[in-house]
Design a protein around this ligand. Sequence first.
Ligand code: ATP
Length: 251
Amino acid sequence: MLKIRNLQSGYGNLRVLKGISMHINPGEIVAIIGANGAGKTTLLNTLCGIIPLQSGEIIFNNNNISNTSAEKIVQKGCSLVPEGRQIFDILTVKENLLLGAYTLRKKLNHSSYDYKKILRNEIEKIYSLFPVLKEREDQLGGTLSGGEQQMLAIGRAMMARPDLIMLDEPSMGLAPVIVNDIFKTIIQLREQGKTILLVEQNAKAALNIADRGYVIETGQIVLEESSEGLLNNNDVQRAYLGKDYKSIDEL
Ligand code: ATP
């Protein structure tokens, strides 16, 4: 579904990503783990067209999207749930969700009557995934709890009907019980046919639900393995996992 070859990008003269190559197969959950400042957010922002790439190639669903705008990339089926949620505080839950469908109209090219029906259906799908969002439909985004905001950020990304959802640190700042709920939701999204790229500092939780993982250090992939292999790798355990990590059955 996604193939990246020798990707380089950064900010001005600063080169953060120094030749990243990786791939994601349809239906996979792939985790990217790495320390603060390793380049994880830069990678996701480059993949979704927010940061221009300096060199390399990104192939998504057999299309070369290396120099494609963020809007077009969303339209092609790749959505980002950004670091820190980036909810619009002064818009309601429903308005935040509708914004997520901004590119859907162009993608579907339906009459306005059909389009309203489609939007209603999409919103209902999000509400069945996150019932609390239905209860809060008219509440301002800025007044939601951190966990509710994360659900809203995921729902907003889903509104574009993506094939690939990229999540940047969804567990950040959330209580463990909420983190478990969010990770269970990610499993549900995969069961609904979505492909997931998950960036996490919470390596244990990410590898517990992922099929494979990549370890990124100072802008380079230093390890690629099955999640099981990474969880059992001594270097990974020392650098990124505490001693007593929980298995998926305990989540
Ligand atoms: P974290 O887990 O802390 O978010 P990360 O792995 O996501 O870290 P990035 O946010 O991609 O790392 O940052 C990688 C490097 O790029 C860091 O050295 C950071 O200081 C630098 N950087 C990030 N954003 C910018 C920016 N807007 N301008 C200049 N440098 C930046």
